[in-house]
Design a protein around this ligand. Structure first.
Ligand code: SF4
Ligand code: SF4
Length: 219
């Protein structure tokens, strides 16, 4: 990248938020603490980052929310959660899951993947962080509820139940968040865009069900 100037104003403070260094539980008395070739090969995607800042400069969420940790820092965090020598994996995942501006604030716009000159694909790393966080038992976020509702709705009806998705994501007992949604619902109703309360089922959702079965069997 020779002819590019990006704003690095917040770049390094975002990187620092994810504690971008190895935190092993022990240090060998002599020699290096090496990891297997296989695990290092897995880390290569993230380690290819040259800190150019292109992804941060083009991230559509950072444009409107300066608190978002951002693609480069999240890809850096992924690198340490995947390193078998790091002892803070669960803690890192929990923090990135719970934190305002953490892994669930990415909207999957793909911009960071398009502009990264080193194939780090930060968005893909963020999706892997989400999967790892869920597998580690972090299911307390609206991001997780959104994912779960989407999955169940398409499985059941063959199409998305948008009303239920909004309520599930907010949380059925989260009254302040539900009240926030009310004006959006009213505006949608006025424009005739309110999704049906009882979702239409796909005429033939057998193919969708077959797909689910194949994916679930493969897991
Ligand atoms: S995919 Fe996520 S992290 Fe990447 S640019 Fe879009 S919002 Fe930002
Ligand atoms: S992830 Fe890619 S675009 Fe972002 S800072 Fe690293 S090398 Fe640059």
């Amino acid at each position: 990248v020779r002819d590019l100037v990006v704003s690095l104003d917040t770049f390094f403070s975002q990187i620092n938020r994810v504690e971008p260094y190895l935190q092993p539980s022990f240090v060998p008395e002599s020699g290096e603490y090496t990891a297997s070739n296989e695990s290092m090969e897995n880390l290569l995607t993230g380690m290819n980052c040259i800190m150019c800042g292109c992804c941060v400069s083009d991230c559509t969420v950072l444009e409107v929310d300066a608190n978002f940790i951002g693609p480069a820092a999240l890809a850096k965090a992924w690198r340490f959660t995947e390193d078998p020598r790091d002892s803070k994996r669960d803690e890192r995942l929990k923090n990135l899951n719970d934190e305002d501006g953490g892994m669930w604030d990415c909207t999957r716009c793909m911009k960071c993947v398009e502009v990264c000159p080193k194939g780090v694909a930060p968005m893909d790393r963020i999706m892997e962080l989400r999967e790892a966080a869920i597998e580690a038992g972090n299911t307390n976020t609206s991001g997780y509820h959104h994912t779960e509702s989407f999955y169940n709705s398409v499985k059941k009806h063959g199409r998305l139940d948008e009303t239920r998705l909004a309520i599930d994501s907010a949380g059925w007992t989260n009254i302040p968040r539900l009240l926030d949604l009310a004006p959006i619902g009213i505006a949608a109703m006025r424009k005739g865009k309110l999704p049906p309360v009882f979702p239409h089922k796909a005429e033939d959702n057998k193919k969708v069900k077959d797909l689910y079965e194949r994916v679930e069997d493969a897991d």
